[in-house]
Design a protein around this ligand. Structure first.
Ligand code: DC
Length: 234
């Protein structure tokens, strides 16, 4: 069967990575978390003292870009982990230090250009599921299957709150809700490649869906796409 490209975009904390990862595992495709790449660049900046009090040393970062070597490897449980220069940084890029700075890094044009080029090269053989904010609009505008996932800010904040609680971390629901809304504002409002639904993406509002329901929904869309006779899918 011919392999296709699957682009999954959407708001933060709406469960798109879980869906994307599950689908990729099930159908034997490569999964790439493009947000992890922006997080890796942010971690690089922290490691090299490139953040200033109110921004980032752009000239130094631009000069360093060709040497930022990001890769993904499966761990013993078959889950993909992010590496920077051969070192696993999966845990570091999920912490608050990176999370609170990554939106700024993701607004920088030369960073986006480098990430998009890397993402396109990872997808040139197809057989890939990539999730992010601009995958269906900028990275793979010709992807055969595009999904745009959303859920209400309140539902997303509650999911994030439950996740943190399960990990034994404490944060107030109100502060998480504020953070979710702020990230939406930054992601949708930035000048370059803002978060937006591609015209040909299928909208999924999963506010009232369970994870197994989302998984089944996505599998159905995949099967419909690969079984479609349109020349776009051949
Ligand atoms: O999906 P995430 O929360 O790990 O993404 C981290 C940040 O990177 C977030 O601010 C959105 C941004 N991002 C982006 O601008 N483009 C992408 N393709 C993926 C993520």
């Amino acid at each position: 069967m011919k392999k296709i490209t699957i682009a999954i975009d959407g708001h933060s904390s709406c469960g798109k990575s879980t869906m994307a990862k599950d689908l990729a595992r099930e159908i034997g495709y490569v999964y790439i978390d493009s947000g992890a790449m922006y997080r890796a660049v942010t971690y690089f900046c922290l490691q090299h003292g490139l953040f200033t009090k109110d921004g980032v040393k752009k000239d130094e970062l631009q000069a360093a870009m060709p040497n930022i070597n990001i890769s993904f490897h499966l761990n013993a449980e078959g889950r993909p982990e992010t590496f920077l220069d051969g070192k696993c940084i999966e845990k570091e890029i999920r912490g608050m230090e990176v999370s609170s700075r990554v939106s700024l890094i993701a607004t920088i044009g030369f960073v986006r250009e480098a990430m998009v080029a890397m993402q396109q090269s990872m997808g040139k053989e197809k057989g890939i599921v990539m999730d992010g904010r601009d995958i269906g609009t900028t990275v793979f505008p010709n992807a055969e299957l595009k999904i745009f996932v959303t859920a209400s800010a309140e539902v997303r904040a509650q999911r994030r709150y439950d996740e943190l609680k399960a990990k034994g971390e404490t944060a107030s629901y109100e502060s998480i809700l504020e953070n979710v809304k702020e990230r939406d504002r930054i992601d949708s409002g930035r000048a370059i490649s803002p978060l937006r639904k591609a015209d040909d993406a299928i909208l999924l509002d999963n506010s009232a869906m369970t994870i197994p329901e989302q998984k089944a929904w996505l599998m159905e869309k995949f099967e419909e796409t690969v079984n479609c006779n349109s020349p776009k899918y051949q």
